[in-house]
Design a protein around this ligand. Structure first.
Ligand SMILES: [Zn+2]
Length: 53
């Protein structure tokens, strides 16, 4: 079973849900700009983004 996680793109800041399966390591890319610089959005990441805005 997989859970939906929110990832965000470091390049365009687009946020998107990903069906995250721990057993499957897949390279993820931004559906908007195609960048593979995407990170799992964590509370710390959200706070850091807001602080830097
Ligand atoms: Zn992007």
């Amino acid at each position: 079973m997989s859970a939906n996680k929110t990832f965000y793109c470091l390049r365009c800041q687009h946020r998107f849900p990903v069906a995250h399966d721990p057993k499957q390591v897949a390279e993820r890319s931004c559906p908007k700009c195609g960048s593979n610089s995407v990170r799992l959005e964590t509370p710390a990441a959200v706070a850091a983004k807001q602080e830097g805005d």
